[in-house]
Design a protein around this ligand. Structure first.
Ligand SMILES: [Cu+2]
Length: 274
């Protein structure tokens, strides 16, 4: 019994150690930045963003997040100033919701904004206005026995509009003190085959778990994150399909490095649009 417990605890402790010891911020282009930003979700201004023919200015270009998500934009384009400005280029309301002003490129600078209202927020760079990106914000929420799960896409996930959706998973049974480590076990099943696509352990420092599902980035299933050194979104990339359903099971398996006996599980069935 004691041996089994050690076998269970060790991987969790190792995972926690890795996340706490790193001081870098991990943006989704794979670049590493040493800055003091901490938020829920990182968007990069990519190297080469000042070039008109660059595929992306911001990456990821379209995200769907629940209300009260703090998005942090990092200028990873060395030597080039950029902005993060709400609205369409040249529109009368340009910059009225958020506007970073000119972000110098060195040292790496960031801008953050917390989205408190549901809606669609296009934005652009006033210096290089040829790529419009967007943040889609929803206040949809699933209430389960052990968790509330806020869903950035709304009750169903439209893969065409938003290839990515951020879930925010808030436990009802653990104390969210913003410090004590919480380890979540999340399993995503394919509703069509009832097979498990991915099952992983994700840790936060006493916070709800921001977890993003990513489609359109290849068929390989993998998970990565968090976006920042000790906080931020984790990501599960897979071949998510239209017109399908994805049961997502969540349980808190340890709190403050202590395993929880008989953890309660909640399952949320995320549907995708045809
Ligand atoms: Cu720019």
């Amino acid at each position: 019994m004691a041996n089994n417990l050690i076998l269970l605890v060790l991987p969790i402790l190792l995972a926690l150690t890795v996340h706490i010891s790193t001081t870098e911020i991990f943006a989704q282009t794979g670049s590493m930045f040493k800055v003091g930003a901490e938020g829920d979700y990182a968007v990069s201004i990519v190297p080469g963003a000042s070039q008109k023919d660059n595929t992306y200015h911001y990456y990821p270009p379209r995200i769907a997040v629940p209300t009260d998500t703090t998005v942090v934009w990092l200028n990873g384009d060395i030597g080039q100033p950029h902005t993060v400005t709400s609205g369409q280029p040249g529109a009368a309301d340009e910059g009225s919701i958020f506007n970073s002003g000119v972000m110098p490129a060195f040292p790496v600078r960031f801008f953050e904004f917390t989205f408190t209202q549901a809606g669609d927020y296009p934005y652009h760079c006033v210096i290089h206005p040829w790529r419009v990106a967007s943040v889609s914000v929803s206040d949809a929420q699933f209430t389960g026995e052990a968790f509330d799960i806020a869903v950035g896409s709304g009750a169903t996930w439209d893969l065409t509009k938003n290839p990515r959706v951020l879930l925010e998973i808030t436990p009802k049974t653990a104390v969210l003190d913003g410090f004590s480590p919480i380890a979540y076990n999340v399993t995503v099943n394919d509703g069509a085959t009832n097979k498990t696509m991915v099952s992983g352990i994700f840790t936060t420092g006493g916070d709800p778990l921001p977890l993003e599902l990513v489609s359109g980035e290849g068929n390989e299933t993998r998970s990565y994150g968090p976006d920042f050194s000790t906080a931020g979104a984790y990501h599960i990339q897979s071949d998510f399909k239209k017109g399908s359903s994805y049961p997502i099971s969540v349980q808190v398996i340890s709190f403050d490095n202590r395993l929880i006996d008989n953890p309660v599980r909640s399952t949320f069935n995320l549907q995708t649009n045809p």
